[in-house]
Design a protein around this ligand. Structure first.
Ligand code: ZN
Length: 224
């Protein structure tokens, strides 16, 4: 691959996009930019916005785009200033959450002169599959390992790491899951269209084993 490469992961909750992003980062040495970490950094700041973000997130609401974007810019500026010949690229996980953010992210990537090799990877699973995965995934009672409802893990009877008992996660009610999936149709579907129109969308079948999803990603990013 010619460098630097920029990948943005998209997909419904439960698609396993975070796992795939990590695999890609590990193999190629990309810099990982996860919105989860950025939100944690934001709410830990001893400032008006830090305290307010903490409160808003506890209420289950979204932190506004302006603040998210400020985090991105700070991070991208930092990466740019340290850029050298070993820089392979960036993997974005968990953003953009809506069309306005996709447009801002493109502007930022243009500004930092990384737009040329920017692509979006959609880990595609149906709404029904997402719902099943989110309601049927389990945790190990002993070590806490998350057992996704996918491939061979579906029939796992005990934790494959410690042999502990597997329990269903209590934090995901069907109502909450449906709300998250509604938000995807409403806000993220236009983001997918946006990348499609730009000719930057790579669609991956997410309804296969983690290994096979990753294999498909590797094939498609090589031949792009
Ligand atoms: Zn365990």
């Amino acid at each position: 691959m010619s460098s630097p490469q920029i990948f943005t992961f998209l997909g419904r909750a439960g698609s396993g996009k975070g796992t795939q992003a990590e695999l890609l980062v590990k193999e190629f040495g990309f810099i990982y930019v996860g919105s989860g970490q950025m939100l944690r950094d934001l709410k830990n700041m001893d400032s008006f916005s830090g305290r307010k973000a903490d409160r808003v997130m506890k209420e289950g609401k979204l932190v506004p785009t302006t603040l998210i974007f400020q985090q991105w810019i700070n991070r991208l500026e930092d990466i740019k200033n340290k850029e050298n010949k070993n820089f392979k690229g960036i993997v974005f996980d968990g953003s953009p959450r809506m069309i306005g953010e996709a447009e801002l992210l493109r502007q930022a990537l243009e500004w930092y002169e990384w737009e040329e090799n920017a692509r979006a990877l959609l880990i595609d699973i149906s709404r029904e599959e997402a719902f099943n995965r989110l309601t049927k995934r389990r945790n190990c009672r002993e070590c806490g390992q998350l057992i996704p409802y996918v491939g061979r893990y579906k029939t796992l009877e005990k934790c494959d790491k410690c042999g502990g008992e597997l329990i269903t996660r209590a934090d995901d009610t069907p109502e909450a899951i449906n709300l998250r999936l509604d938000l995807f149709e409403k806000e993220v579907a236009p983001v997918i269209d946006f990348y499609q129109k730009e000719g930057k969308l790579i669609k991956i079948n997410g309804e296969q084993s983690i290994e096979d999803v990753y294999k498909e990603i590797l094939e498609k990013i090589k031949t792009y």
